[in-house]
Design a protein around this ligand. Structure first.
Ligand SMILES: Cc1ncc(COP(=O)(O)O)c(C=O)c1O
Length: 462
């Protein structure tokens, strides 16, 4: 903020809205680079045992220009499905730093991954067998890792993913990814000796159940317990790579799935900084590794941040179209905008509570409480009961922390064309993903010839 106006790097936000139109996603190149470097430093400084690789989770934002920035920084990638593998390769990720993750990979994806030299993070024994067969056919040695399913028995803290108070361990056990341990024991042991496979490590992703660091420590304890158990049954085999996944919260942490248990984080209370996550994870990993008689020397540590890397490097801009207020029977106010929850889907999916800032009067104190609503036909409450200063039609509102998952999950409901993404670099700004047109929305439609001819005279009004 400068002189009461919102800026992103060297660009005034209101001017960006006028130049590129709204709704609009805006990302900061410098913000993304700084966050990546901070991640790399936070874990690198705390894990001298071996290399540290940060593998940004592409699902959070697969815009190619952003991916090129991260590739310039030396980042790897966590990918899911053929589209994200394509984005990683087109975005310049070194194949040996790609993890092809996800349940139910088909043969085509496995073959593409192996041909590219990417690592496959295996999700089932069936996938292990198919990967082995494809590698044999291609005459390749596939680098694979096992995605594990620790027991998480000590994680009795409530999960933010469900409204009713439910322990993390229970919610995590219902989550589908990973190889059931009993399935893995025999085939995993055999895989270690398969000439077509190089089993380089193990992977786990608990996800954003909690910002309580004790949950994260417990996750690592349970994970290492399982690694040690497998190691004992596999003649002392030890992973060269340990990938602890993502799920770290971005500081303002808009995640609102707590729902009935207290909505979003109270204003001013931040989630732990990444250094504290790094301390909790690496400290526990080191301790448990030693306690279980494993050797950490040379072990590569990987993490897969999604939201915590991209979210607060981005904002979403919208323009106020009008105001509406009612006294009776319910006293209520709405600020109508030109965006929609369909372009900010975590308003619905994770009940995120976005922070709205009026770009031209960022320091104005709140004077009203109103629902910030969108253009789709649903309730479309982008921010429920937002505390806002006086606003008028034409004002630009920036919604903070929207750089992760919002463009990636935007939908065309109501046949709405999705917004552009603009990348800010110092005082420059350019479109890195153009806005859709109405024609784009209907580009996949095919009207059969028998329905494409002349229509009968309409039975419209006479
Ligand atoms: C395997 C894996 N890694 C990383 C992530 C990123 O998670 P987050 O955005 O919560 O950091 C996800 C998200 O679903 C994931 O499934």
């Amino acid at each position: 903020m400068r002189d009461g106006r919102l800026w992103i790097e060297g660009c005034e936000v209101e001017a960006l809205a006028h130049r590129f139109g709204t709704p609009l996603y805006v990302m900061s190149e410098d913000g993304l680079r700084r966050r990546f470097r901070r991640f790399q430093r936070a874990f690198g400084d705390r894990w001298p045992e071996g290399p540290v690789h940060v593998l940004p989770s592409l699902k959070a934002n697969y815009t190619l220009a952003l991916r090129r920035i991260l590739s310039e920084e030396g980042a790897g990638a966590d990918t899911f499905g053929p589209g994200e593998l394509h984005a990683a390769l087109a975005g310049g990720v070194r194949p040996e730093l790609i993890s092809v993750n996800g349940s139910s990979k088909d043969d085509d994806l496995l073959e593409r991954a192996l041909r590219a030299g990417a690592r496959v993070t295996l999700d089932s024994v069936r996938e292990l067998e198919r990967t082995r067969a494809i590698a044999r056919r291609l005459g390749l040695r596939a680098r694979v890792r096992f995605r594990l399913r620790p027991r998480y028995e000590a994680l009795t803290q409530p999960s933010d993913f469900v409204e009713a108070e439910t322990p993390v361990r229970e919610v995590a056990q219902r989550y589908k990814p990973g190889i059931p341990t009993d399935d893995l024991r025999g085939p995993g042991r055999e895989a270690l000796h398969a000439p077509e496979l190089d089993v380089s490590g193990v992977m786990v992703h608990l996800g954003r159940h909690s910002t309580d660091l004790e949950v994260w420590r417990g996750m690592v304890r349970s994970f290492v317990e399982l690694v040690a158990d497998l190691s004992a049954g596999w003649d002392g085999w030890q992973p060269r790579e340990v990938d602890l996944g993502g799920g770290f919260a971005t500081p303002r942490d808009p995640t609102g799935r707590l729902g009935a248990r207290g909505s979003a984080r109270p204003p001013g209370q931040l989630a732990p900084p990444i250094e504290e996550y790094a301390e909790a994870l690496t400290g526990t990993l080191r301790e448990e590794w030693r306690r279980r008689g494993l050797d950490a020397r040379g072990v590569a540590l990987e993490v897969e941040p999604g939201r915590s890397l991209y979210a607060d490097a981005g904002i979403h801009l919208t323009t106020v179209r009008g105001l509406k207020a009612q006294r009776e029977p319910l006293d209520w106010r709405w600020v109508e905008t030109d965006t929609t929850e369909m372009f900010l889907l975590d308003s619905l999916v994770e009940h995120n509570r976005w922070t709205p800032v009026v770009a031209g009067r960022a320091d104005a104190p709140p004077t009203q409480r109103a629902d910030l609503v969108g253009i789709s036909c649903g309730f479309d409450v982008v921010v429920p009961e937002a505390e806002l200063p006086d606003v008028a039609a034409g004002d630009v509102i920036a919604l903070l922390d929207t750089g992760a998952y919002q463009d990636a999950t935007a939908t065309n409901f109501n046949a709405l064309p999705r917004p552009a993404t603009v990348l800010v670099h110092g005082a420059e700004a350019e479109v890195v993903k153009r806005a859709e047109t109405v024609e784009d929305v209907f580009r996949r439609d095919q009207v059969p010839a028998r329905l494409a001819g002349g229509l009968p005279p309409t039975a419209g009004p006479r």
